[in-house]
Design a protein around this ligand. Structure first.
Ligand SMILES: O=C(O)c1ccccc1N[C@@H]1O[C@H](COP(=O)(O)O)[C@@H](O)[C@H]1O
Length: 219
């Protein structure tokens, strides 16, 4: 089957500099992520995110990432930064995630019990989610680790679009896409020279590998 008409969406996450945001847009990113998780080395303040949001090219989404942040913090970011999507990495429930009037993605820790449930359980737990993100962290553990997980663990039959994350880079994103056929891929560490500092060559190589996977003829 040819996938030449399918375009895997690309989210680059954890920006701290407007120049990196501009470059990522030029290279073809579909979404740019801003991290507000408390103990992340990529954590930024709403004012910084707002400045970077202004650096976004048209038709590129701004995604705000949280991990067990207070509702007040999420509200402040929504009001100040105007993200088009929220991404929750903690133990937030559906009622919390949907309470801000912005579509949301729920990150699923692939080291936790939840992955051993039927895929329908994800839908039951998060009926308001626009999609899911499968990441390598364990339950309660932080993301952005640069570690992969066993992609065979991804539950089959998930009814909503899913994003693949965790340790992706230009070296493995081709195999990751061919092996899992995600709606989108999400990367932070794999396009950096250090946490929060994006590397133009790595971003370019990542985009090229995603495009190569999209043109690959599947057996
Ligand atoms: O990027 C972070 O610092 C971060 C902190 C807390 C939760 C999630 C975080 N990032 C997300 O983690 C995954 C995988 O990142 P990596 O490519 O393995 O570094 C991705 O969804 C990031 O958006």
């Amino acid at each position: 089957m040819s996938r030449t008409l399918f375009r895997t969406r690309i989210k680059f996450c954890g920006f701290t500099r407007p120049g990196d945001v501009r470059l990522a847009c030029e290279l073809g990113a579909d979404a740019i992520g801003f991290v507000f998780a408390g103990d992340s080395p990529r954590r930024i303040q709403p004012e910084e995110a707002r400045a970077m949001r202004h650096a976004l090219a048209p038709l590129v989404d701004a995604v705000a990432l949280f991990m067990d942040n207070r509702a007040d913090t999420v509200k402040e970011v929504v009001r100040y930064v105007r993200p088009s999507l929220l991404q929750f990495h903690g133990s937030e429930d559906d009622a919390f995630c949907r309470g801000f009037g912005v579509p949301y993605i729920k990150a699923i820790p692939m080291g936790s019990e939840i992955t051993r449930q039927h895929p329908a359980a994800l839908q039951t737990l998060y009926p308001g989610a626009a999609g899911f993100l499968f990441d390598s962290h364990s339950s309660g553990g932080p993301g952005g680790s640069g570690r992969t997980f066993d992609w065979r663990k991804i539950p089959s039959g998930v009814q909503k679009p899913f994003m693949l994350a965790g340790g992706l880079s230009s070296a493995n994103v081709f195999d990751a896409i061919i092996g899992t056929l995600p709606w989108a891929v999400d990367v932070s560490s794999g396009i950096e020279s250090e946490p929060g500092i994006k590397d133009g060559d790595k971003m370019r190589a990542f985009v090229e590998e995603v495009r190569r996977a999209d043109c690959h003829v599947l057996d």
